[in-house]
Design a protein around this ligand. Structure first.
Ligand SMILES: *[C@@H]1O[C@H](CO)[C@@H](O)[C@H](O)[C@H]1NC(C)=O
Ligand SMILES: *[C@@H]1O[C@H](CO)[C@@H](O)[C@H](O)[C@H]1NC(C)=O
Ligand SMILES: *[C@@H]1O[C@H](CO)[C@@H](O)[C@H](O)[C@H]1NC(C)=O
Ligand SMILES: *[C@@H]1O[C@H](CO)[C@@H](O)[C@H](O)[C@H]1NC(C)=O
Ligand SMILES: *[C@@H]1O[C@H](CO)[C@@H](O)[C@H](O)[C@H]1NC(C)=O
Length: 347
């Protein structure tokens, strides 16, 4: 049986299988999560008042839940809160952003949440619905954000410009982490960013010239930017661990887990490493920027196109060209929980 903390982690983070062989032992009373659609359980959909269309949610709820996946979503305040919102970036949102909840805003939302919880606890009426006061210090603070900063930047910048932007992105991240530390956070669990160059959405937009693709079919420069971001993120984690003697910083190498899944997909039980399960256009990408998963569109010449789900999402790594499918997320979560990709000995 999974412990309640495994469940909290799963709910917060992934379309996860609740019973996973795990050697990372979680013993945190609460989880506070910050990020983008990789861990949004319905924030953006709720905030902006839209419904994701079917087949989102088909494998867990049988109906869309606001989660950008075919699987799980949900939340529970006693054991923490999830501030992640789809489309979010580390850098502050601008007029063109999908999500207004940049990382700094999510940190401010946390600070308001904590202040409100402390007020409610003083009133002694809602103890079972909100975290206990010491959960804020003992809880785990999780982060999976940066993918949209890197992936999104390629629409307006070249590789060199993006590489020179990375320190600015990470300075903003550091400032958010420090604000959380000042608010009492002590246990930090930081995911690096995945191989964004392997996402069908970007391959469709930037990979029509196949010389830009590597042997896996991924965009070279996108993955190069993701790697550069990750190296500097890891260095920042080491710096924070050295600077604050009373914190635990864990850096988790999501990039390697996902790249291994894509490179060795058949060994891990998958048939399609890059092609989206839900989309339009068929092989090799099944991604068409004119119509996203679950939607139908009438083209100017009168032809109607629909982005439909595939028959068996469990053999697809990618769900909709941007997000991983339920089975792939389960695989990623199982690898995180082996502990093999976590660096707990930063110095
Ligand atoms: C860091 O983690 C270790 C092992 O999980 C624990 O013993 C220690 O108390 C933690 N330190 C802080 C400051 O939370
Ligand atoms: C694929 O699997 C092989 C054999 O286990 C391993 O050496 C290699 O690093 C894997 N590829 C990636 C990209 O992880
Ligand atoms: C309309 O345009 C689409 C895409 O450009 C094309 O595939 C389709 O054949 C066209 N339909 C007609 C009726 O011309
Ligand atoms: C899904 O299965 C149905 C019935 O077996 C088949 O007609 C259809 O072509 C399949 N669709 C895809 C996208 O494989
Ligand atoms: C962790 O990695 C080691 C070394 O590569 C490997 O032998 C071990 O099986 C891995 N553990 C799990 C649970 O995958």
């Amino acid at each position: 049986m999974a412990s309640k903390y495994d469940i909290a982690l799963g709910v917060m983070l992934f379309c996860i299988c609740l019973v996973v062989a795990n050697s990372v032992h979680f013993n945190y009373p609460a989880v506070f999560n910050f990020g983008d659609s990789n861990s949004d359980t319905g924030e953006l959909a709720a905030a902006k008042g839209f419904q994701l269309p079917p087949p989102y949610g088909q494998n867990y709820f049988k109906t869309p839940s606001g989660r950008f996946c075919d699987g799980l979503g949900g939340s529970n305040f006693h054991h923490g809160c999830n501030f992640a919102a789809a489309g979010s970036t580390i850098l502050p949102a601008n007029a063109g952003s999908i999500s207004p909840f940049g990382f700094g805003v999510q940190v401010s939302q946390f600070q308001k949440f904590k202040a409100r919880v402390l007020e409610l606890l003083a009133g002694r009426k809602f103890d079972e619905y909100v975290p206990a006061e010491d959960y804020f210090e003992k809880g785990l603070y999780m982060f999976d954000i940066g993918q949209n900063d890197i992936g999104g930047a390629f629409y307006s910048k070249n590789l060199d410009q993006i590489l020179s932007l990375i320190p600015t992105i990470l300075l903003e991240f550091e400032s958010g982490i420090k604000r959380l530390y000042d608010s009492g956070a002590r246990n930090f669990w930081i995911h690096n960013t995945g191989p964004v160059g392997c996402l069908g959405q970007y391959v469709a937009a930037f990979g029509t010239d196949t010389s830009k693709l590597d042997e896996l079919g991924c965009l070279r420069v996108h993955n190069q930017a993701a790697k550069a971001f990750n190296l500097q993120l890891q260095a920042l984690c080491s710096k924070l661990q050295g600077q604050y003697l009373d914190v635990n910083v864990t850096y988790v190498d999501i990039f390697s887990i996902k790249l291994d899944l894509i490179a060795n997909y058949s060994k891990h039980g998958f048939e399609q490493p890059i092609m989206a399960c839900c989309g339009y256009g068929g092989p090799p990408l099944n991604c068409d920027s004119r119509v996203s998963c679950g939607l139908t569109k009438t083209l100017s010449n009168g032809t109607t196109i629909t982005a439909k789900g595939c028959n068996d999402s469990s053999v697809y790594v990618n769900w909709d060209g941007t997000h991983y499918a339920e089975a792939a997320n389960q695989y990623v979560a199982s690898q995180i929980l082996t502990g093999n990709y976590s660096n707990t000995h930063l110095s």
